[in-house]
Design a binder for this molecule. Structure first.
Ligand SMILES: *Cc1c(COP(=O)(O)O)cnc(C)c1O
Length: 411
């Protein structure tokens, strides 16, 4: 057997080697000024990222999870509340909800977009909640708690359908916090506002992650909150820094959740490339679309609705017998990912929420069928041809009944 070059699922080495001198100079600058926490690097990055997202404010924090938690808290979500999100996301979304003392409540995603289904959301709020006499609060029949916020997740680099979600939220007076952790630079055409809007500028606030593998990644942990709400920006600045407005004057308890200055400096350098990196991702996605369209209908390709400019954090297809496909690709040195194999309502950690299999059929089907193909700006066309050629072979063998299932049994 000839050994073929590996096509990794993610290549984090090349972009950092390309920028090595610049990134090292950030570190050198920090050493020489001993500016490790706060300072101009953080402020400059916050200003530039706010500009990138078309928002007035950006608050740099320690991670995407912190960004979500602080945004929820800064928007007034409290212990005992119910917060609505989707089961088809990374657990950080619901961890943040639980960490502010609220309880996650799920609505299913839309089959075409894999993001929050506005119809299901409408049904949950209109038919499965009731107004509390007196207070007028919206109470979930399921959790017996007041529903106060919605967290739509912009998945794989594509926004959720935000117009109907914000419309329903406004009608019920609920806060919308966007989970933009996978959607740096993604855009949504809002018919309501008659313009394209950046992910992170649509809800009351948004959370971004700069985990290394994201479209904009730090060389470590980092995150940010974006918002146009001055009060929320002010509150989250306090929450990230022990609740202080100035040193040792604490109006409340907060966290140690600041953005590291070295990471901010690195993010500033990388932010300059984000537009072109995102364009490269879109070109790679178009090539996959073209090549895979010839594979036949046994693979379902990503669907970008007319209101979405997706930035392909991930390129996710759907196939039957997903695990066999992944195992066969691995034999050929092709890396893949699964985002995500178990929907949150069926995770052991959420047993206490008492959901059961069948409650969110679309999320459950996606969890069985999704495969994320290699996707990064420096992915070469020849590599994409090889990935698709291999997929074509595997799926053709299946149709011909030659499918090799023994790979699944291999250790
Ligand atoms: C990455 C991610 C997060 C969490 O970000 P961290 O920086 O790892 O804390 C939250 N939500 C989604 C959808 C993510 O992909």
């Amino acid at each position: 057997m000839t050994v073929v070059n590996k096509i990794p699922f993610l290549d984090l080495v090349t972009p950092h080697v390309d920028l090595e001198e610049e990134l090292v100079s950030v570190f050198r600058g920090a050493l020489r000024s001993a500016g490790f926490i706060g300072g101009p690097m953080v402020e400059d990055f916050e200003r530039e990222f706010a500009e990138f997202c078309d928002t007035k404010y950006c608050v740099g924090v320690g991670s995407g999870t912190d960004a979500l938690r602080f945004a929820l808290s800064g928007a007034g979500v409290r212990e005992g509340d119910s917060v609505i999100t989707v089961p088809n996301t990374f657990i950080a979304t619901t961890e943040a909800i639980s960490q502010v003392g609220a309880r996650p409540e799920f609505v299913d995603v839309d089959e075409q977009t894999s993001t929050m289904d506005p119809e299901r959301l409408r049904d949950l709020l209109d038919a499965q909640c009731e107004r509390e006499p007196g207070s007028g609060r919206l109470i979930s029949r399921r959790t017996r708690r007041p529903v106060t916020a919605i967290v739509p997740v912009h998945l794989y680099g594509q926004t959720a359908d935000m117009d109907p979600i914000t419309e329903i939220a406004e009608r019920h007076n609920l806060v919308v916090i966007e989970d933009s952790c996978q959607a740096h630079g993604a855009e949504y055409f809002s018919s309501k506002n008659n313009r394209w809007m950046k992910a992170g500028s649509i809800g009351r606030a948004a959370a971004f992650s700069f985990y290394p593998g994201k479209n904009l990644g730090a060389c470590g942990e980092a995150g940010a909150i974006t918002t146009n709400d001055e009060e929320l920006a002010h509150k989250t600045r306090m929450i990230r820094d022990h609740g202080q407005v100035r040193k040792y004057f604490h109006d409340m308890e907060g966290y140690n959740g600041r953005l590291d200055a070295i990471q901010a400096g690195i993010l500033r350098r990388k932010l300059k490339h984000l537009l072109s990196w995102n364009e490269q991702r879109q070109e790679r996605a178009q090539l996959y679309n073209k090549l895979l369209s010839e594979v036949g209908d046994s693979a379902i390709l990503p669907i970008a609705p007319p209101w979405a400019k997706a930035m392909y954090h991930l390129y996710v297809i759907r196939v039957k017998d997903r695990d066999q496909l992944i195992a066969m690709l691995a034999l050929d040195n092709i890396g893949t990912g699964i985002h995500y194999p178990i929907p949150l309502h069926l995770q052991t950690a959420y047993g206490y929420l008492a959901y059961k299999e069948g409650d969110f059929p679309v999320s459950e089907r996606l969890a069985r069928e999704v495969v994320s193909l290699p996707m990064y700006p420096n992915l070469a066309a020849e590599q994409q041809h090889r990935v698709v050629e291999k997929i074509r072979e595997i799926l053709a063998d299946r149709l011909a009944g030659k499918s090799d299932r023994s790979v699944l049994a291999a250790p």
